[in-house]
Design a protein. Sequence first.
Length: 137
Amino acid sequence: MNSTTLQLTPSRDSGTSATAVLTDTGYGVEVQLDVQGLPSADGTERIAHIHEGATCADGRAGNGAPEEFPLTSIISQGGAGSSTSVIDDSLAELTAEVPRYVNVHAKAARDGSVPPASPVPTSSCPACGPPAASSRR
């Protein structure tokens, strides 16, 4: 199986980091997220998704892109959490030339806004640059 590992870096001085492992399974791409340094109480839900049409820098500057692939939410436990999702795409398509980034953040308020006290903790760009350096077979 072909896979790539992404190191997700903190946004907005959150101190939160993560690893995303994307594995081509033949029936889709498995996305394994492992997050550390969550600044919230145990049981707090963090939503995750892959945005398409912008880069990490765009998202961090407030110019994010639409959510293309929803991922399983992460539930904080002891400042960490993980989730596994399968998306209906191939790793080759997901890491093509279209800019994309993984985003994990606090659950949005009812009006759709992310609460200001809950920073956007992690972002990374599966397709902002060639992932070949971190790919393995």
